[in-house]
Write a protein of this length. Structure first.
Length: 300
């Protein structure tokens, strides 16, 4: 079943604003643009892991996942059929566009398009950070994690558990937050689900993790310097102990830029419940005031 987040695709009218964020703040690398003019971002030796396509409005275009073995895609198709969701084998053209060997596509009950892939293309020793950087934590842990907002996370739990996501823990703050965190590899969570109001769903943030605490401090300074709206200051999470800050992107969703997230040992891990998100920090920053909460869309 699913073993990592392979890539993320966004559509946005503000494609032109992305290269500065990627190179001047994150330290990631710009790959060759896509045929439609998409900004493609490299975090490691994979050809790209984030793609921002030109579009009329901000949209979560697709969430790309990986399976370890080609035959696991059959199991994904069978599980989707059991769940009453139509999964389709994507064309060779689509697989080539996404730089993978095989691809299965489906839309979940909340309107997110998912692409489950095998054989992501990479070129060894090809990653060149755009500024001095220890590098991004990827490999078997994938690109990072995404937080999806769903109007019914109980139903979300049933759905995503069947696709290989195992509960790491919950954070419940009565009247304020109801969130669940799921792992599918050693990363504490690759998928998080947060309860939102009925009728809508959305992408709140993507987390990318670097290999050094100083990379986070430097990114924070650079974000301030380049006028990137910081939504939450530096802080450390209770559950995955990630040391991070959050900033808004040109395309309505947020990026959590972090270091030191916990790794899960499947044999000994016991899920817990927390009643706060941070041990310290993660306070609202004036520059992030009024930024959208995420890319929201109506549930079909
Ligand atoms: Fe996060």
């Amino acid at each position: 079943m699913i073993t990592s987040l392979a890539y993320l695709g966004i559509r946005s009218p503000k494609v032109d604003e992305w290269p500065d964020l990627v190179t001047k703040v994150w330290g990631a690398q710009l790959a060759e643009p896509g045929p439609d003019g998409a900004v493609r971002v490299k975090f490691d030796d994979a050809l790209w892991r984030l793609q921002i396509h030109p579009g009329e409005k901000d949209e979560t275009a697709y969430i790309g996942w990986s399976v370890d073995r080609e035959e696991d895609l059959q199991a994904v198709l069978k599980t989707l059929a059991d769940l009453g969701v139509t999964g389709e084998v994507g064309s060779a053209e689509l697989a080539a566009e996404r730089a993978v060997n095989r691809i299965v596509v489906f839309t979940d009950p909340w309107g997110f398009r998912h692409e489950v892939t095998w054989g992501q293309s990479s070129v060894p020793c090809s990653f060149r950070p755009s500024r001095p950087l220890s590098g991004f934590v990827t490999g078997p842990q994938g690109l990072g994690h995404v937080l999806l907002l769903l109007p019914d996370i109980e139903q979300g739990h049933e759905f995503f558990s069947r696709l290989g996501f195992r509960l790491s823990d919950k954070i419940i703050i009565p009247g304020r937050l109801n969130a669940r965190f799921y792992h599918c590899n050693a990363r504490h969570h690759t998928l998080a689900l947060g309860q939102c109001e009925p009728g809508v769903a959305g992408l709140n943030h993507l987390m990318i993790q670097v290999g050094s605490i100083d990379d986070v401090g430097l990114a924070y300074e650079l974000a301030e310097e380049h006028g990137v709206p910081i939504t939450l200051t530096l802080g450390r999470h209770t559950n995955d102990r990630q040391f991070s800050f959050y900033h808004s992107t040109p395309s309505s969703f947020h990026v959590e830029y972090g270091y030191g997230g916990l790794e899960v040992d499947e044999e000994t891990w016991v899920p817990r419940v927390y009643d706060r998100t941070q041990i310290w920090g993660h306070r609202p920053h004036p520059s992030g005031k009024g930024r959208p909460f995420g890319i929201m869309h109506p549930v079909p």
